[in-house]
Design a protein around this ligand. Structure first.
Ligand SMILES: *Cc1c(COP(=O)(O)O)cnc(C)c1O
Length: 395
């Protein structure tokens, strides 16, 4: 079996699994307890917080543990919106290609009277800083732009965006869930005020993440209760998951350059191989993309049918985001970069990890064209295209 759906989730690393095990039945205390079992857990909590902070380039007391990327996104955006509202600022800038954890939160705020401007991602999936400068208003309360896209892998000019926001005094949040552990991030260098990350996207466990919030950021609680996370996120800390997340992130950070080099080579070979298929197009900029991300559209193909056939051949892939699968709507990201509906439906995302091998890539390059040809031969649309009764959208 070849697993090429690492943007949906990753396999936990052995290091992360081993790191968490003692915290289930040996060091199982509640970090808020004053006795030794509790205090051992409290020490693990603090050292995990410090390790994560060091990798991100921030202070340990700027790290807030959450249940994952979605919660961190919600808390960052809602906090900035409410802070802005108190100063009469009700305008938020984001992009058309954000994850639904961001877009749906913005929809909710729009219903509560906020105005939302979504920046264009252009046909290469990259936001332009000129567009951001144009969009900024005196009442802009927040700019939130993802670090790297989960479907097409494009990496945004975060440092430049952050610098513009800082100059204008506007809080800047980035959903860095796809980027952390895969590309080098430093919240100070990148001028980031708030950042979301999620452990299961870098070989850690599901259901745990972080909101980094720069000192001085006013956070609003989504969950009320005890005084955990400096009173900003109630609930007994998930110590095994926090310890494992920290171990997974340390491991990823230690190998970040060698992993990126290995993945980039496999990614580029895969792109080259898939683009040999006639009437196929790459989605997103070729070089400003995550090392492991490949996303293409095939003319006259139904992405879901291709996925099922690939699965039978032992290849686990995706047509876009895990969140839209099961719905008939094409990906909002592919529509945002200008793909027409019928083309957006024929997408294939292959997201690689360090566990993949060059042999995997060759097998995918051999298998996908056979399946595309098989599906096209059954397609009435393909038949019309071939007979010249319809024009190709992808040349
Ligand atoms: C996976 C993902 C999320 C959601 O993270 P969870 O931990 O699954 O809630 C948010 N944003 C992006 C870009 C993602 O890829």
């Amino acid at each position: 079996m070849i697993y090429a759906d690492n943007a949906a989730t990753t396999k936990m690393s052995k290091t992360a699994i081993n790191a968490m095990l003692p915290y289930f039945d040996t060091i199982y205390g509640n970090p808020s307890s004053l006795h030794t079992v509790g205090q051992e857990a409290a020490e693990a909590l603090l050292s995990s917080r410090k390790a994560i902070a060091e990798i991100l380039g921030c202070n340990a007391n700027e790290i807030y543990f959450t249940s994952g990327g979605s919660e961190a996104d919600n808390q960052a955006i809602i906090s900035a919106a409410l802070s802005g509202e108190r100063k009469g600022k009700k305008h938020i800038i984001s992009t058309a290609i954000e994850h639904h954890a961001v877009l749906h939160t913005l929809n909710k705020l729009e219903k509560q009277g906020f105005e939302i401007t979504l920046l264009d991602a252009h046909d290469d999936g990259i936001v332009r800083t000129e567009d951001l400068i144009q969009a900024i208003r005196p009442d802009t309360a927040l700019v939130t732009v993802m670090y790297a896209n989960n479907e097409i892998g494009t990496i945004q000019p975060i440092r430049e965006i952050g610098a513009i926001c800082r100059e204008k005094g506007i809080p800047f949040h980035t959903d860095a869930v796809q980027a952390v552990g895969h590309i080098d991030i430093d919240v100070q260098r990148d001028n980031i005020d708030m950042l979301s990350l999620s452990a299961h996207k870098f070989h850690g466990p599901k259901g745990i993440g972080v909101l980094y919030a720069k000192r001085g950021t006013v956070l609003t609680n989504l969950i009320e209760g005890g005084a955990q996370e400096r009173g900003k996120r109630a609930g007994t800390e998930n110590i095994p998951a926090i310890v494992a997340m920290s171990a997974a992130l340390k491991e990823a950070a230690e190998h970040i350059e060698e992993n990126a080099a290995k993945l980039t080579a496999m990614r580029d070979r895969l792109i080259e191989g898939l683009l040999q298929i006639p009437h196929t197009i790459l989605n997103g900029d070729h070089s400003k993309r995550l090392p492991g991300n490949v996303n293409v559209c095939f003319e006259a193909i139904e992405g879901e049918s291709l996925l099922l056939l690939l699965s039978e051949k032992g290849i686990c892939a995706s047509s876009g985001s895990a969140c839209t699968s099961g719905s008939l709507d094409p990906s909002h990201v592919l529509l945002a970069i200008g793909r027409p509906h019928e083309i957006a439906h024929g997408s294939l995302r292959l997201s690689l990890s360090e566990e993949n091998t060059p042999e995997d890539i060759e097998y995918i390059i051999k298998t996908v064209p056979e399946l595309v040809e098989y599906l096209r031969n059954m397609s009435p649309i393909w038949n019309d295209l071939q007979k010249g009764e319809k024009n190709y959208v992808i040349q």
